[in-house]
Design a protein around this ligand. Structure first.
Ligand code: GCU
Length: 424
């Protein structure tokens, strides 16, 4: 019976995804009114930072928690760290490497994820760090043979570098193009990465595997307002942040959290819910990330909830084809990061992620940054292609090319981090 039901469910999913025709025509974007950033639920106008921080921000955070990503049952979890491997002469003496197991414990068991950290050598004092997830395992980010290969479930890779959902030596370093480690180190930053599937494998398993499995008993699953995978991944980033707090070589006050695509949705939510992240970067995060849901340009709420039913909390399904009743929109997610600097990156060839919707979120979030007297995006016109706006507290670029995390993107992120971490 269960098999039959899941077959029917798969068929419906397949039908819906097969039928979906995204809108890529700006003239077809519906008229909509965005939920107000600076008016509380009972109609009070917010005019000061204090009112934002004490009245309005908590309302918006609570709405994202209960209606979009889902609340993390953090008080049911504890986190421990253990050093698995380290070297002071990594990368031919250029770097320090540390590999740690982050172990999550709950009433139903334990689950571990690996954190890989590279720090530049010959620096004085604790260093600023970029933290982000990768898609295929830590060993894919650089051809360093000492990086531990992930033992978790991994998505198969079209070139057959990974098959049977198991990574091995063949995939070592193949994603190095997305992680310009040497550039990052030369610019004086550390790089810390985790494999997102170590925290929660990215498939709909009914929340039994990964970190969800340690807090639920058999047959139990998250309540409608509890964490989907994006919240679980965001929580994993906060656990890495806990580690930075106890490593004297890392400056926990200068940690930039970044992510691409689904992991950009994750970095934004991580930065919104945990204000220890001093700078937040979204690369082509699209629907459920930086893009405004009400525009329905490219991917939509219904489509994302259908194809990726495990990413958001159950409550988010109420807004399928019903975006106007969402109590929030994604410009408010960006605003939750204020007054910390936030950078949003789009690509011209990635219409699925709605570059204009991503830009507008950053633009509208500016109203909150202005309460702090900070420099924001000043025009509702997108900048030209490959002309980043990176001198304020809200940064943005749209580059030529497709959906990807490139060297060019990193150069902008590093400049933005320099401005806020090295000159303020
Ligand atoms: C799919 C999905 C997007 C997501 C992307 C990715 O395209 O529809 O929402 O951002 O995968 O993570 O690469």
């Amino acid at each position: 019976m269960r098999i039959l039901l899941s077959l029917i469910f798969c068929l419906i999913n397949f039908q819906l995804s097969a039928q979906f025709i995204p809108n890529y025509d700006e003239n077809q974007v519906p008229d909509f009114v965005l939920p107000q950033l600076l008016k509380t639920e009972n109609g009070k106008q917010v005019t000061t930072r204090e009112q934002w921080e004490t009245l309005r921000r908590p309302e918006i955070l609570a709405a994202f928690e209960s209606q979009v990503y889902g609340r993390v049952p953090a008080d049911e979890l504890s986190v421990q760290f253990s050093l698995l491997e380290s070297s002071r002469i990594a990368l031919n003496g250029k770097a320090i490497r540390k590999q740690l197991a982050i172990t999550f414990t709950g009433k139903s068991g334990t689950h571990a994820a690996n954190l890989l950290v590279y720090l530049p050598k010959n620096t004085t004092g604790p260093v600023p760090v970029f933290l982000g997830y990768n898609f295929y395992g830590n060993h894919t980010i650089f051809p360093d043979e000492r990086i531990l290969v992930s033992e978790s479930w991994v998505m198969n890779n079209p070139n057959n570098l990974i098959f049977n959902n198991k990574a091995d030596e063949k995939s070592r370093g193949w994603r190095a193009g997305r992680w310009p480690l040497l550039l990052i180190l030369e610019r004086g930053y550390g790089l810390a990465v985790m494999y997102y599937g170590d925290v929660d494998p990215d498939f709909d398993d009914g929340f039994t595997n990964g970190i969800h499995g340690v807090v639920y008993e058999e047959g139990q699953k998250p309540a409608k307002d509890e964490w989907g995978s994006i919240s679980a991944w965001a929580y994993g980033l906060s656990a890495a942040m806990d580690y930075f707090g106890i490593d004297p070589e890392i400056d926990q006050d200068r940690v930039a959290v970044l992510g691409h695509s689904r992991l950009g949705k994750t970095s934004l939510w991580a930065g919104a819910r945990d204000d220890r992240f001093a700078l937040v970067i979204s690369n082509e995060s699209g629907c459920g990330g930086a893009a405004l849901s009400r525009r329905k340009f490219g991917e939509t709420v219904e489509r994302i909830n259908t194809v990726f039913p495990h990413w958001f909390c159950d409550n988010f399904n109420q807004y399928n084809q019903n975006e106007n009743s969402l109590p929030v929109d994604q410009h408010q997610l960006i605003a939750l990061v204020a007054p910390r600097p936030v950078y949003i990156a789009s690509a011209a060839g990635d219409e699925w992620s709605d570059p204009r919707g991503e830009f507008l979120s950053g633009y509208y979030a500016g109203d909150v940054y202005k309460l702090y007297g900070l420099k924001v995006l000043t025009r509702d016109q997108m900048p030209e292609l490959n002309e980043p706006e990176k001198t304020g507290h809200v940064g943005y670029h749209i580059r030529s090319g497709d959906h990807d995390l490139t060297y060019y993107d990193w150069e902008q992120f590093l400049d933005f981090a320099d401005l806020h971490f090295k000159q303020e």
